[in-house]
Design a protein around this ligand. Structure first.
Ligand code: SAH
Ligand code: SF4
Ligand code: F3S
Length: 467
């Protein structure tokens, strides 16, 4: 595999396009300033891309609206992970047809993971003629140029395809939140879990240079952000193909040494690459949350093999038990797929057993959805969907009981929380373990850390008192 290629955002080139496109966008705007509506679906990686899209649009001179009818530019940043996600996008995009009819100058664009699938591109070409611009996950830095082409060519623009080992640095970012920041440390994925579309729509795994990450982290912290989430599809394999010899634990260590009052999280960890060194780093750090999001997908070794996950239940439990021994307060969350092709009720029961053994803080659970082009989509899948739904509900019920028990166990203990929101005289906050705690306090505490004693656990909502 070749070395990564690092390119600075072609500022000069794109700035030219910004200057050239500004005037016509202003001329066509419904209001004094052009307005954009940007809707993002899917994971944090996509949310982070959405913040870059908004960063570029701000630079062009756009302001933002939540009302599609008011917008001069509508962008749907899409997710392809499950069929349901794609159906929602098509439903919502279909509803834009009347806006295009009413205001023909509105530019309608689609981008993100769905766009990197040929059959989706074809469907948009034939069935959604009012979509003006389609661009893929590796092309968002070219947005000014693409808008320029749409405005001037008066034809539809399709710009997809993966630039596999490229990383574009220096794209402007307009962050959605004031205290929470996403910080991608790598892009793409090389794991090819047999059910998953991500490697096909995001391209090969490539890590950002540590100095670029540290630079961005320092800026974020100095700008007052308190909660930083490092992003990657498999952060544990950070560092491959870099000139410098560095792994994820070492990167974490370096970020942790930036002075300031903040906390760090990361997602997603892949169990096959989770090491004791990583757990030691977290437990000895000053800023890293005692929170591990470690998706196990299935509790059956047979299914894990079919999924191409490259670990066993024993290996998974080893790392979990090591984490618990080093950090008794560690909060563990996970993703699970129910109804993978070939899964029997017996396999499913092994998933339940694992859920009961680990006692996760929370779970993201999904019913398997076949994705065109992935190996699992070709596997024999005899279990009817209705049965999978039943299993799924059984799993939810087990987890509800565990979550309630976990919450009760927190009563009487004190946690350091970050206050995220105020509602009346109530404050919503989050522990390092990502559990939401409600307590009374003034709105000027939003954005600060407080110590809160948990007084009550009601329906998985924790109530507390500031001390
Ligand atoms: N890179 C992360 C996961 C990214 S996708 C990891 O490896 O853990 C988020 C979650 O979506 C996955 O963990 C998986 O549980 C779920 N998922 C992915 N593909 C799916 C599919 N085809 N059907 C159902 N769930 C899926
Ligand atoms: Fe998908 Fe597996 Fe990569 Fe996660 S690690 S993004 S589940 S292929
Ligand atoms: Fe969806 Fe793409 Fe993320 S497929 S889950 S938005 S990487």
């Amino acid at each position: 595999m070749g070395k990564n290629i690092y390119l600075d955002y072609d500022f000069n080139g794109q700035i030219d396009y910004i200057d050239k496109v500004k005037e016509s966008l202003l001329l066509n705007a419904k209001n004094k300033v052009p307005l954009a509506f940007v809707k993002t679906y899917g994971c944090q990686q996509n949310v982070s891309d959405g913040e870059k899209i908004k960063g570029i649009l701000s630079l062009i001179g756009y302001e933002f609206t939540n009302i599609e009818e008011d917008a001069d530019l509508i962008i749907f940043n899409t997710c392809a992970i499950r069929e349901h996600a794609e159906d929602r996008v098509f439903g919502n995009i279909g509803a834009l047809k009347y806006i295009k009819k009413k205001y023909p100058s509105t530019i309608i664009a689609m981008c993100g993971c769905m766009m990197e699938q040929k059959h989706i591109e074809d469907k948009i070409k034939t069935s959604f003629p009012f979509v003006d611009l389609v661009f893929g996950t590796n092309r968002l830095h070219k947005l000014p140029e693409l808008l320029y082409t749409v405005v001037n060519s008066k034809s539809r623009v399709f710009e997809c395809g993966l630039d596999d080992n490229k990383i574009i640095e220096g794209i402007p970012i307009r962050r959605d939140k004031r205290f929470k920041a996403w910080l991608p440390i790598m892009y793409g994925c090389d794991n090819f879990c047999s059910y998953c579309i991500v490697p096909y729509v995001r391209g090969r795994e490539r890590s950002r240079r540590p100095e670029d990450i540290l630079d961005e982290a320092t800026k974020i912290i100095n700008n007052g952000y308190k909660d930083i989430t490092l992003l990657g599809q498999n952060v544990n394999s950070y560092g491959k193909n870099l000139d410098e010899d560095i792994n994820f634990a070492q990167l974490l260590n370096r970020i942790d040494s930036i002075p300031g009052d903040y906390r760090i999280r990361f997602m997603t960890s892949h169990p096959k690459d989770a090491t004791k060194e990583l757990i030691d780093t977290i437990s000895e750090s000053e800023h890293i949350c005692h929170h591990l999001h470690l998706p196990f997908q299935s509790g059956s070794n047979k299914i894990l093999r079919l999924m191409n996950r490259k670990y066993t239940v024993d290996k998974y439990l080893n790392i979990i038990n090591y984490a618990k021994s080093k950090m008794p307060d560690v909060s563990i969350t996970s993703d699970i797929i129910v109804g993978f092709p070939g899964e029997t009720y017996d396999d499913f029961c092994k998933t339940i057993e694992l859920v009961e053994e680990v006692r996760f803080t929370s779970l993201f659970t999904f019913i398997y959805s076949p994705r065109i082009g992935t190996p699992a989509a070709e596997m024999n899948d005899p279990i009817p969907y209705e049965k999978k739904v039943k299993w799924f509900q059984e799993l939810l019920k087990v987890q509800e009981g565990i979550a309630a028990r976990n919450c009760r166990d927190m009563v009487g203990k004190t946690y350091r929380v970050l206050v995220e929101e105020s509602k009346g005289n109530k404050l919503m906050s989050r522990t390092g373990g990502n559990v939401i705690v409600e307590f009374e306090g003034a709105s000027d505490l939003v954005g600060s850390f407080k110590n809160v004693k948990i007084t009550e656990a009601r329906n998985w909502i924790l109530k507390g008192q500031m001390i």
